[in-house]
Design a protein around this ligand. Structure first.
Ligand SMILES: [Zn+2]
Length: 259
């Protein structure tokens, strides 16, 4: 990773389950030579290891998991195994997540027997949402957002860059603060409105509510992601542009966004 290059790499852009050609939520944020992984949903681990060029998952400085649904952490266990078996003597990776994320990971891992400390050798656990943490060049701020389970929206602030990420959320005034003046606001846009029988949904966003969140935040760029499989993403983006004046990006696997 070049010291001077700042970028976000999309590992996956699908909500709920991985669509054909799409993994679920996962992103890599690289800034000032420091690499943060944001969510590791279904199908993201192989893409992360490809990106790192390491079977052992070497090169990750911190992990942030927004919430304990498997489309955001299903491959955290794959990454755990990469570290546990592939780099057993490596230092633990600072990991920031709601308690339920650790609990869910343990549900998968515990089939191997009583706790032998591996979970804490691979990761050092820090609670979200929480007061701010220093994380490499960033100040990691977080806010609880409305979802079925505890979901931490995160805001990473450095000297010269602000990147915010909603995880999964319904409409909330907190979104405007989370993404305030962000250089890049990564916003879930599940967009049930395109389904033949749209669900009545208060705990996800659609084109209108995602656009309102980015507009109210004054975000400079908006990355739409976490689309329900089958959603016409370009249609969603066109609808978003009716409400939000900034640059609208549509997430896809392998996409690299220079920051
Ligand atoms: Zn989700």
């Amino acid at each position: 990773m070049a010291e001077g290059s700042s970028r976000l790499v999309v590992l996956g852009s699908s909500g709920a389950w991985p669509g054909a050609g799409h993994a679920c939520s996962g992103y890599v944020l690289e800034h000032q030579g420091f690499r943060v992984v944001l969510d590791l949903g279904y199908g993201t681990a192989v893409r992360l290891l490809d990106h790192l060029g390491s079977h052992a998952g070497d090169g990750v400085d911190a992990v942030v998991i927004s919430h304990a649904h498997a489309d955001h952490m299903g491959d955290l266990h794959a990454f755990f195994r990469a570290r546990h078996f592939g780099a057993p003597a490596a230092p633990a990776i600072p990991t920031y997540a709601p308690q339920q994320v650790r609990d869910q990971l343990w549900e998968v891992q515990s089939i191997d027997g009583p706790d032998d400390g591996a979970m804490d050798r691979v990761f050092t656990w820090h609670q979200l949402p929480s007061a701010a943490y220093p994380v490499g060049p960033w100040r990691l701020e977080s806010a609880g957002l409305p979802h079925y389970v505890t979901n931490a929206g995160v805001r990473l602030v450095s000297d010269d860059l602000v990147v915010a990420y909603t995880g999964d959320t319904g409409p909330s005034p907190a979104l405007a603060e989370l993404g305030r003046d962000a250089d890049l606001f990564v916003v879930e846009c599940t967009d049930y409105t395109q389904l033949a029988e749209p669900k009545k949904e208060q705990l996800h966003l659609n084109a209108r509510t995602a656009a309102e969140a980015a507009r109210d935040a004054g975000a400079k760029r908006l990355l739409l992601t976490h689309f329900w499989p089958g959603v016409d993403r370009e249609r969603t983006a066109r609808e978003v542009a009716q409400t939000y004046d900034g640059e609208v990006l549509v997430a896809s696997e392998g996409m690299v966004i220079a920051l």
